[in-house]
Design a protein around this ligand. Structure first.
Ligand code: HEC
Length: 259
C-alpha cells in the first residue's frame, strides 16, 4: 500500500512538473511564431544577392527595408552645392529670397490665375500623376487647389498624404528651360470646415466661375460645397531649374527646404 502511494505521488509529481514545464515553454513558442525582425536599412544602390529571401511580385524593396538615399553623392546634390561645371563647392547658390522671387514669378500668388501642375500621388507603391490647378501662398509656402470629389488622386491623398508636384514651361531649347519640382504633404478640407470659405476667399480665384453662373460669390461657394473639396499642400521642398540663373553666375538648380 505504501509503495502504491509513493508511486502515485511520483506520477502525480511528474504530471505537475510536465504541466509546469509546458506552461514555461508556451511563451517561447509564441516568440518563435512572431514576425521576423525587420530587414536592415539598405543603400539605394544595394542589390538583393542570390541567397536573398524570395520576394513576391508586386512587393518592392522598401516594403521591408528602409532605403537610405545618399544625398551627398546624387547628381542633383552635386548640381545644387558640390563641385559642378564652373562652380566650386558652395558657390553659385541663390539666396532664399531670390529663389522665392523666381518661384512667385512663375507660379503667382494667392488670388492670381491658378497654375496647372502635374500632381503625383502614390498608393500601394503604384504612382499616379494627374493635372490639377493650384494657387500659391508664398508667405506660408502652401498650395491650394479645388477639386471635384471622388477622383482617384483624392482617394490616394486620403490614404497617403505625401505628394510631389511639377510645374514646367514647355521645352524649347537646351539653354532656355524652367521647371519647379515640389515635395509636400496634402490635406483635404471639406465644405463643412470653416477653413473652406476662408481659403476660397483669401487664396483661390473663383469669382470668375461665380460670374459665369450668375451667382454672388457666397452663393457660388455654398453651391460647390457638396461636391468640391479644397486641398492644402504644405511645401517641404522646392527645386527650381532655370538656365537663366547662369547669366548672373548662379547654378541652374536651386533648392529651398522647409526648416
Ligand atoms: C519581403 C521582405 C523583403 C523584401 C521585399 C526585400 N528584402 Fe532584402 N532582405 C530581407 C530580409 C529579411 C533580409 C535579411 C536576410 C538575412 O539576413 O538572411 C534582407 C537582406 C537584404 C540585403 C543584405 C543586407 C545586408 O546586411 O547587407 C540586401 C542588400 C537586400 N536585402 C536588398 C534588397 C533589395 C535590393 C530588395 C528589392 C529588390 C529587397 N532586399 C527586398 C527582406 C526583404
Amino acid at each position: 500500500m505504501k509503495k502504491v502511494t509513493l508511486m502515485l505521488s511520483i506520477i502525480m509529481g511528474l504530471c505537475v512538473f510536465a504541466a509546469y514545464a509546458g506552461m514555461q515553454t508556451a511563451p517561447d513558442k509564441k516568440e518563435k511564431t512572431k514576425e521576423p525582425a525587420p530587414a536592415e536599412a539598405i543603400a539605394i544602390t544595394a542589390e538583393a544577392g542570390i541567397d536573398h529571401p524570395e520576394v513576391e511580385e508586386g512587393i518592392t524593396c522598401n516594403d521591408c527595408h528602409e532605403i537610405k538615399l545618399d544625398a551627398n553623392t546624387s547628381a542633383t546634390q552635386a548640381w545644387l552645392t558640390e563641385d559642378y561645371l564652373k562652380w566650386s563647392k558652395g558657390e553659385g547658390i541663390l539666396p532664399e529670397a531670390k529663389i522665392w522671387q523666381e518661384i512667385v514669378t512663375n507660379l503667382g500668388r494667392k488670388k492670381d490665375k491658378m497654375r496647372t501642375f502635374i500632381l503625383a500621388t502614390c498608393l500601394n507603391n503604384i504612382p499616379l500623376s494627374t493635372t490639377a490647378e493650384f494657387a500659391l501662398d508664398p508667405e506660408k509656402k502652401v498650395l491650394y487647389g479645388l477639386h471635384e470629389k471622388g477622383t482617384q488622386k483624392l482617394l490616394h491623398i486620403r490614404k497617403n498624404p505625401k505628394v510631389s508636384l511639377n510645374w514646367h514651361k514647355e521645352f524649347e531649347t537646351f539653354n532656355d528651360y524652367r521647371c519647379i519640382q515640389i515635395i509636400g504633404r496634402a490635406e483635404l478640407i471639406e465644405g463643412t470646415s470653416p477653413e473652406y470659405d476662408k481659403i476660397l476667399i483669401e487664396a483661390i480665384d473663383y469669382e470668375e466661375g461665380a460670374k459665369k453662373k450668375k451667382m454672388t460669390p457666397k452663393q457660388f461657394r455654398d453651391s460647390i460645397k457638396s461636391y468640391m473639396v479644397v486641398s492644402k499642400i504644405t511645401i517641404d521642398q522646392i527645386t527650381v531649374a532655370n538656365y537663366a540663373f547662369t547669366h548672373d553666375d548662379y547654378r541652374i538648380y536651386q533648392r529651398w527646404v522647409r526648416k
